[in-house]
Design a protein around this ligand. Sequence first.
Ligand code: PRP
Length: 179
Amino acid sequence: MHPHVEKILLNEQQIQERVKQLGQQITADYQGESILMVGILKGAMIFLADLVRNIEIPTFFDFMAVSSYGAGTVSSGVVRILKDLDKSVEGKHVIIVEDIVDTGLTLQYLLENMKSRGPASLKVCTLLDKPDRRKVDIPIDYNGFRIPDEFVVGYGLDFNERYRNLPYIAVLKPEIYKG
Ligand code: PRP
């Protein structure tokens, strides 16, 4: 275990099993179709990479990078697009892939933005859901795990850009994030 980690919330095996189930569910739901997975950088990249390898229908992917305006770790709801999609989503079956839904503000913006581009259908898949922190009601179609209101890192999630490469989801020791 990484020396900065206090406890592991979800280990590699738990994550891989759940990601496999999500892939099977998506495969079943979209039989006969093809899908476009839109990963939200940077957090979702590891989840997306594992998820698409468990999907057995034609799967395409594209990415967006967004950032909340203003300083701090709390999402403000005002979102700036840092990197937009490479191609049009018009007429495509789109699944937005997130690592975590916290306040829901980022996803609220992304859903509105994506809807205006005219996809054939639009769904949301997140690895983690932190319902205690929700500020806006967001439909989540595929959810890996519901987690308590703790600051988590690993499997794509960071603290000051660190720890994204940990293969598990963990809680840091308080002295690390409190300085
Ligand atoms: C995280 C996460 C979501 C958003 C969720 O991204 O990937 O996009 O915050 O928060 P919300 O529900 O409160 O809006 P972050 O801004 O940390 O960027 P990153 O993925 O590059 O780490």
